[in-house]
Design a protein around this ligand. Structure first.
Ligand code: C5P
Length: 229
């Protein structure tokens, strides 16, 4: 079975990322490229990972008018990425346009949505005009993403168990904030272990620093894969 571990390549330069990636095999993990690395290293770097056989999650969280987001998704898909994402708060028309832009590709990437950023608490959400509890808004936007034909959402492990029940077995739940037992929490406030995430029904875990900063990344990867198996 292919790995349910996505390693977040949060490096400042392509050189640093490549030094880390050179010891990895595509069977061990998928790779997430976010804003920092994409802005620094660009599409060329993504193409390189794809050519090496890695499933790449391009985490650029598109949020714009439907036509612009659809075009951006198509351009991302042409890089050969496995997964990409948009903000669910961009609305149904935007999400449907994004999905439609990928529909006629031979091997379309998974399209998932960001619901409420975990950096937003109740007060911050209210200050944007949304009076719902963050968890309610997460549920609302996740359902909207599903109804718009998306493949899944990014969510916290704490949200995952509820969303798994509400949205069914097929909907992808992709979850950061994962910390192997005994590892440093860093700036993540609410964390779960890989085993707990699996029990909560998470489809893929996103893990960055516990692997990228580890003295022996291979050992951490092997342990997480064993915990998720
Ligand atoms: O190093 P760490 O394991 O905390 O990295 C988690 C990754 O997941 C980072 O790339 C971070 O930007 C991303 N992420 C997150 N929390 C969210 C959404 C994305 O930590 N709510």
């Amino acid at each position: 079975m292919s790995s349910r571990l996505i390693i977040a390549l949060d490096f400042a330069t392509a050189e640093q990322a490549l030094t880390f990636v050179k010891d990895l095999q595509p069977s061990q993990c998928k790779l997430k490229v976010g804003f920092e690395l994409f802005v620094a290293a660009g599409p060329e770097f993504v193409r390189h990972l794809v050519q090496r056989g890695f499933a790449v999650f391009l985490d650029l969280k598109f949020h714009d008018i439907p036509n612009t987001v659809a075009s951006a998704c198509k351009a991302a898909a042409q890089l050969g990425v496995w997964m990409l994402n948009v903000h669910a708060s961009g609305g149904v028309t935007m999400m449907q346009a994004a999905k439609a832009a990928l529909a006629d590709l031979p091997n379309p990437p998974k399209l998932i949505a960001v619901t409420v950023l975990t950096s937003m608490d109740k007060a911050q959400l209210a200050s944007t005009g949304i009076q719902l509890e963050p968890l309610k808004q997460v549920q609302y936007l996740a359902k909207l993403a599903q109804d718009s034909g998306l493949d899944g959402v990014v969510c916290s492990a704490q949200e995952a168990a509820l969303l798994r029940v509400q949205l069914g077995d097929e909907f992808l739940l992709v979850t950061p904030g994962i910390r192997p037992e005994g590892s440093d929490k860093g700036d993540q406030s609410r964390v779960m272990t890989p085993r707990q995430a699996k029990q909560a029904g998470v489809s893929y875990v996103v893990v960055g620093r516990p692997i990228t900063q580890a003295a022996e990344p291979q050992a951490v990867i092997a342990q997480i894969n064993a915990d998720l198996a």
